[in-house]
Design a protein around this ligand. Structure first.
Ligand code: PGA
Length: 255
């Protein structure tokens, strides 16, 4: 079943104190609303943020993970550690991980498995770079990212996967894909899932759009049936903006 989700990726922003302040503001704003909200604070703030959001409709997740349980992996964090700190979700394959930290599809595949084995849900990010788009390779790139990441996964485990389509050229740039274009890609992603897992499977998957979402531009995405919510970066750092985006999502999806 498709969920409607508003996700906020805080990236490398906010101290513990600032994170707690933002979390408390979100807690007040979103209290009692029928929206599934997930925020992704930094690792250092994750535990205290998750503690302060206990019992609310706001869940917390990790921005990244390593696939091993423990060991000599300096600087990495394991699924068990994230879960213990309160994470219910993990972002895997964000374009900043892929492009700045050179994460290949095979590593992303391993990370996904380790997250689901530890009973957390994955937000798998996919998306094309500008030069790939200009070369007409968008579908090829997205298809490859999804096929490798989800290769061999069972249908049951698929329930733990949310996909976020984030065109790399739209992240943090102020430029968004056109809503129709984004919806077309979402449809294309569902067709890949049908092909991999069987007819009708794509229609059950939650697919979010991400890339320069702001209160002023989100409505035209949120009204489209193909788009089940948003993965928000910059605008998730401001309580008011994130809440306004949430309100738009609830209105458009009639929650
Ligand atoms: P942005 O980031 O909203 O700042 O473009 C989105 C993301 O990277 O998930």
């Amino acid at each position: 079943m498709r969920d409607i989700i508003l996700a906020g990726n805080w990236k490398m922003h906010k101290t513990i104190k600032e994170s707690k302040e933002l979390a408390l503001c979100l807690k007040e704003k979103f209290a009692g609303l029928p929206l599934n909200v997930i925020i992704f604070p930094t690792f250092t703030a994750l535990y205290s943020v998750s503690e302060s959001l206990k019992g609310t409709n706001i869940s917390v997740g990790g921005q990244n993970v390593y696939f091993e349980k423990e060991g000599a992996f300096t600087g990495e964090i394991s699924p068990i550690m994230l879960k213990e700190a309160g994470a219910k979700y993990v972002i895997v394959g964000h374009s900043e991980r892929r492009n700045i930290f050179n994460e290949p599809d095979e590593l992303i595949k391993k990370k996904i498995r380790s997250v689901v084995e530890n009973e957390m849900d994955v937000i798998l990010c996919v998306g094309e770079k500008l030069e790939e788009r200009d070369a007409g390779r968008t579908e090829e790139v997205i298809s490859k990212e999804i096929r490798i990441a989800l290769d061999g996964i069972s249908r049951e485990v698929l329930d733990r996967i949310i996909i976020a389509y984030e065109p790399v050229w739209a992240i943090g740039t102020g430029v968004t894909a056109s809503p129709d274009e984004a919806a077309e890609i979402h449809k294309f992603i569902r067709s890949i899932l049908d092909d991999m897992f069987g007819r009708g499977m794509g229609a059950n998957m939650t697919i979010l759009y991400g890339g320069s979402i702001k209160p002023k531009n989100f409505r035209e995405f949120a009204v489209l049936d193909e788009i089940d919510g948003g993965l928000v970066g910059g605008a998730s750092l401001k309580c008011e903006d994130f809440y306004d985006i949430g309100k738009i999502l609830m209105e458009c999806k009639k929650l």
